[in-house]
Design a protein around this ligand. Structure first.
Ligand code: PBG
Length: 316
């Protein structure tokens, strides 16, 4: 009888045949730093993650480095919201303090978007007609430059505006930051799974939704085309988001672009695990591992996950 079970019988045999594996260096830990915060604040659903002040972010990073996290994705949450002409003073402060303290012990990626900065919570500057694209692209490029000047190791645009990677790239190049990579949120859907994040970043749209700029979940061609566009505009690495609902797109994007593609296990996906565990319905850490293995099996090169800081404990 054909026995496919034979090679699953022991841990040694299973490990011998495991097709994908992990490297802790391929996990990226997001974190939120909030201007003017007096005390850390919990984030509903995001086990192990809180809204941090600059001082507590430095302590958190120190602990994470001890736990073997090397890649971080910063979400700065400025205290004051505006329509336009964002000043980036707070972000400059956060980034430079982190880099001054930890230098090249970490790789600091900075999320680049406008939704945590704008009064209306959209990822763009708006005018009477809707998105004011030229002004938006200019603001995004200015953000990227401010972050690079402050010491960011990489820029991560998450706004989904056409042309933003090209604008950011040329702004960085023109100012001597030609070596700073762009990790683009290249295939990002208008998703219902961003809820816990929007609470943490105080970035929920105050009216309407993001469907005019983020992808329609029904569309495969547009999803691949968006990543191809980012690659053509000069993105260095790409990403699908949410991760679990985009698994089918990872390989087509890799094949179409010859770039590495990561998966973002977004806040709602991660909160799913947290909330199951809070109710005694799943072993949190094993469940987390299972999802990471699935990202790897689907071809993801790296994983952005709120649980990166658990990796060492999980033996990765
Ligand atoms: C900002 C941004 C979002 C996320 C990352 N960058 C939210 C959104 O697009 O509304 C979501 C991440 C998560 O849910 O973990 N545009």
């Amino acid at each position: 009888m054909k026995r496919l079970m034979r090679m699953r019988a022991t841990q040694h045999l299973r490990d011998l045949c495991a097709e994908t594996g992990f490297n802790r260096a391929q996990l990226i830990q997001p974190f939120f730093v909030v201007e003017g915060l007096k005390e850390d604040e919990p984030i509903a659903g995001l086990r192990g993650n809180v809204r941090l002040s600059i001082a507590s972010a430095l302590r958190q990073i120190e602990n994470d480095l001890k736990d073997g996290v090397t890649h971080f994705l910063l979400f700065p949450v400025p205290g004051e919201k505006r329509e336009n002409n964002f000043d980036h003073q707070f972000e400059r402060d956060v980034i430079s303090q982190i880099k001054k303290r930890f230098g090249s012990n970490l790789c600091l990626w900075v999320d680049t978007c406008l939704c945590a900065y704008t009064t209306h919570g959209h990822c763009a500057v708006l005018d009477q007609k809707g998105i004011d694209l030229p002004t938006t692209l200019n603001e995004l490029a200015n953000s990227a430059l401010a972050f690079a000047e402050s010491g960011a190791d990489g820029i991560s645009p998450s706004d989904m505006m056409d042309g933003r990677v090209a604008h950011i790239r040329s702004k960085l190049d023109a100012n001597g930051f030609d070596i700073v990579p762009v990790m683009s949120y290249s295939t990002k859907f208008a998703s219902n799974f961003y809820g816990p994040f929007r609470n943490a970043a105080d970035s929920a749209p105050q009216f309407g939704d993001r469907k005019a700029y983020q992808l329609d979940v029904r569309n495969r061609s547009d999803a691949v085309a968006c990543s191809v566009r980012c690659a053509e505009e000069g993105a260095d690495v790409l990403m699908v988001k949410p991760g679990l609902t985009s698994l089918d797109l990872i390989m087509p994007i890799k094949e179409a672009t010859s770039l590495q593609v990561g998966a973002y296990q977004v806040s709602g996906e991660y909160a799913g695990l947290s909330l199951l565990a809070d109710n005694g319905l799943i072993d949190f850490e094993r469940g987390l591992m299972e999802t990471w293995h699935v990202f790897k099996r689907a071809g993801a090169q790296f994983i952005i996950t709120y649980g990166a800081r658990y990796a060492k404990k999980l033996g990765i």
